[in-house]
Design a protein around this ligand. Structure first.
Ligand SMILES: [Zn+2]
Length: 399
């Protein structure tokens, strides 16, 4: 009995490794899987045959393969059927709640955006539940493996608890359990930027090194780090909160951490907007003022004024980007990541991208700009929700 239990466990582990390898390296042949994992070909074949029968794998002729002059059979390569499973991803962002249903390859089959969730925990819970139910309308329920929820703040993922968020009423609640009870599906919650990193690691078709940093600029700023297929959590799972490191002692007070001069308070989107509003109110920004006569003053408008050369608005952006660049260079000096992905609305502007690159390269120590590659991600409001779905695919379907 003991031996058969051991064999079953071995088979389960082999299958998990094989699945992961195919997910990462597809299209891949059975022989390549066996060689990469140092397994016997019949062992790989046993698992593959099972998965083919379950309909989650498909086997097709290797793309781009050319027959040798002697002919011979074309090798067959394995890949997953994208519609084999689905996951829901939700991002409870400061500007709204975005939600997606994604297949195993990150293709979005349903999406929705609603107003920012209520500050009241119970109301938020029913709002999110409602949004998920309507997202899942039409998706085969038996193929849905779970729900991922990303939100700003300090999240204890293992326990599913919101330890600290800027919506006080949400704090200390076991959101993962409450949602799982309401929707009868497994739920994982985590910091929203950490969820974004997962989307990059799993769904990007571009090269990503083992260690990369994800620099996120929104109302708050965060920089989680991916280390060998896992987001570095730190001792308390709060790693990556660069937004609350002090960059200007005695500077403006942060409403989140309560300290003066943290990066959020100096260079976050709210900080930029507040400075623009103040300058606009005292008549220092002629271009912004004329734009603001027709539309409400928001970040998009401020960026337009910057583009059009409004001097004070330009200097406000330049000051914020100076601090962002310094903190990014500090991160690179501390961790030496092979790549830094920058994700943020204000970085839609190539002018801002160049400014950030220049400042980072000024403050690198012993590293050059080629060694610290910076890549700007195109702005996508569903990126966080897609990452949350990716986290579920990874946890409940691949592993
Ligand atoms: Zn702060």
């Amino acid at each position: 009995m003991k031996n058969s239990g051991g064999l079953l466990e071995l088979k389960r582990m082999n299958r998990a490794h094989i699945k992961k390898m195919i997910y990462q390296k597809a299209p891949i042949t059975r022989a390549e899987v066996a060689e990469s994992l140092n397994l016997a070909l019949p062992t790989v074949t046993t698992s593959v045959v099972d998965m083919l029968a379950e309909g989650i794998l498909c086997e097709q002729e290797l793309p781009g393969w050319e027959a040798s002059p002697q002919g011979g059979r074309k090798p067959l390569a394995l890949d997953f059927v994208p519609q084999a499973a689905y996951a829901v991803g939700i991002e409870l962002g400061p500007y709204g709640t975005t939600g997606v249903v994604s297949d195993v390859r990150g293709n979005i089959i349903a999406r929705s955006k609603s107003a920012p969730a209520s500050d009241c925990y119970e109301t938020m819970l029913s709002q999110v539940g409602e949004q998920i139910r309507s997202l899942l309308d039409g998706t085969p329920r038996e193929k849905v493996v779970g729900i991922g929820v990303g939100l700003p703040g300090f999240i204890e993922t293992q326990q599913g608890v919101i330890r600290f968020s800027f919506r006080e009423d949400w704090n200390k609640h076991i959101l993962a359990q409450d949602l799982a009870d309401a929707l009868r599906l497994p739920v994982v919650i985590d910091n929203n930027v950490r969820m974004r990193v997962v989307a990059e690691e799993m769904f990007s078709h571009l090269w990503r090194p083992d260690v990369f940093a994800y620099y996120f600029i929104s109302r708050g700023i965060a920089c989680p780090v991916m280390m060998k297929n896992g987001v570095w959590s730190g001792y308390t799972s709060g790693a990556g909160e660069i937004g609350h490191t002090i960059v200007q002692p005695g500077g403006p007070k942060c409403s989140r951490c309560g300290h003066h001069g943290c990066l959020d308070a100096v260079a976050g989107e709210n900080a930029i907007l507040k400075k623009c509003e103040k300058a606009c109110a005292v008549g220092q920004t002629p271009i912004l003022q004329s734009l603001a006569q027709k539309r409400p003053l928001d970040l998009t408008l401020a960026m337009e004024a910057q583009e059009l050369g409004d001097e004070i608005v330009c200097s406000i952006f330049a000051e914020a980007i100076k601090y962002l660049g310094i903190s990014l260079a500090n991160t690179a000096n501390l961790l030496s990541p092979g790549l830094v992905l920058v994700d943020g609305y204000i970085m839609r502007s190539t002018q801002n991208q160049e400014m950030l690159r220049d400042i980072v390269s000024n403050y690198l120590y012993g590293l050059n700009s080629d060694e610290v590659r910076i890549e700007f991600l195109p702005f996508d409001q569903y990126r966080g929700a897609r990452g949350a779905a990716g986290r579920i695919i990874k946890k409940f379907w691949i592993q």
